[in-house]
Design a protein around this ligand. Structure first.
Ligand code: HPA
Length: 269
C-alpha cells in the first residue's frame, strides 16, 4: 500500500485539481491525449515506484488536465502483459489513480472483430469480458484497502453508464456496437481456430489488453466504460493476414469519431 501512496503523494504535489476520470488509450488512439487542456506531464520514471515503459517510441508519462470540463488523468504509454510486464505492474497505475480520486475509468483498445456483423472502423461498447489468458492482477495477498478478496464482476462494465453512453452516442449520431471482449495474452494474433472457438463462447471482439486494468479498477469500486475500436476482422474471417500496420491505421481512421465519442461520454460519467 505504501508504494501506491508514495506515488500518489508525489503526483498530488504537481497538480492543482484531483482527477475524477481516468482514461487509458489503446493502440493508435494515443494522440487523443493532445486534446487535454492545460496539461501537466509527469514522466513515469520520476514517480516513486511507478513502472517505466521501455517500449521504443513510447512517451511513458501521465497527462493530467481538463477535458470537456472534467479533471482527467491519462497514461501516455500503457503496459501490456505480452511485453513482459507482470500483472502487478499493470495494476499499479490504476491503484494510484484510485488514490488520486478517480472514480470512473474509460478504457479503450484496438481489437479484432470476432462478430462477423462488425466492420473495421466500428466502435464497440464493451458489455462484458471473457478472460482467456492466465495470470490475474488480484492474485496474491488481497490489497484490502482497495477491495475485497473475491470481488463481484457482474457489473464490471457499469450498466447504468452503458445506458447513458448509448443514449448520448445516438444523440450525436455515432454508431456504436456493443459486445463481449475476449482477452488473449498475445503477442501473436489468434489462429482462425481460436477465433471460431471465441465466437462459440460468445465473444464479439478479441484483444490483448484492458481486462487486467478493468479487474483492478472494478476491485477498487471504480466504474468502468470500455470501448474497442475494431481495427481488423479477427483471424480467418477474411482471406488475408493481420498486420500491426492495419491496427495502427484503423486507429487513425477512427480518431475523429473516437474523439467525438469521448467528448460525449466524459461530461456524463
Ligand atoms: N487480435 C488480438 N488483438 C488485437 C487484434 C486481433 O485481431 N487486433 C487488434 N488487437
Amino acid at each position: 500500500m505504501s508504494n501506491y501512496k508514495d506515488a500518489a503523494d508525489f503526483i498530488k504535489k504537481s497538480i492543482k485539481f484531483a482527477p475524477e476520470v481516468g482514461l487509458i488509450l489503446g493502440s493508435g488512439l494515443n494522440e487523443l491525449a493532445s486534446e487535454i487542456e492545460e496539461p501537466i506531464y509527469i514522466n513515469y520514471k520520476d514517480i516513486p515506484h511507478f513502472p517505466d515503459s521501455t517500449a521504443p517510441g513510447h512517451k511513458g508519462r501521465l497527462v493530467i488536465g481538463q477535458f470537456q470540463g472534467r479533471n482527467v488523468i491519462t497514461m501516455q504509454g500503457r503496459f501490456h502483459h505480452y511485453e513482459g510486464y507482470s500483472m502487478d505492474i499493470i495494476a499499479f497505475p490504476i491503484r494510484v489513480m484510485k488514490l488520486l480520486g478517480v472514480d470512473s475509468l474509460i478504457v479503450t483498445n484496438a481489437a479484432g472483430g470476432v462478430n462477423t456483423n462488425f466492420n473495421p472502423g466500428d466502435l464497440m461498447l464493451i458489455s462484458d469480458h471473457i478472460k482467456m489468458a492466465g495470470g490475474h492482477p488480484l492474485m496474491g495477498p488481497n490489497q484490502g484497502d482497495f477491495g475485497v478478496r473475491f470481488p463481484d464482476m457482474s457489473d464490471a462494465y457499469n450498466k447504468d453508464l452503458r445506458v447513458k453512453v448509448k443514449e448520448a452516442a445516438k444523440l450525436q449520431g455515432i454508431n456504436l456496437q456493443e459486445g463481449v471482449y475476449a482477452y488473449m495474452t498475445g503477442p501473436a494474433y489468434e489462429t482462425p481456430a481460436e477465433i471460431r472457438m471465441l465466437r462459440i463462447l460468445g465473444a464479439d471482439a478479441v484483444g490483448m489488453s484492458t481486462v487486467p486494468e478493468v479487474l483492478t479498477a472494478s476491485h477498487a469500486q471504480m466504474k468502468v466504460v470500455g470501448i474497442s475500436c475494431i481495427s481488423n476482422m479477427a483471424a480467418g474471417i477474411l482471406d488475408q493476414p493481420i498486420t500491426e500496420d492495419e491496427v495502427i491505421e484503423a486507429g487513425k481512421m477512427v480518431k475523429d469519431k473516437f474523439s467525438k465519442l469521448l467528448r460525449t461520454i466524459i461530461p456524463i460519467i
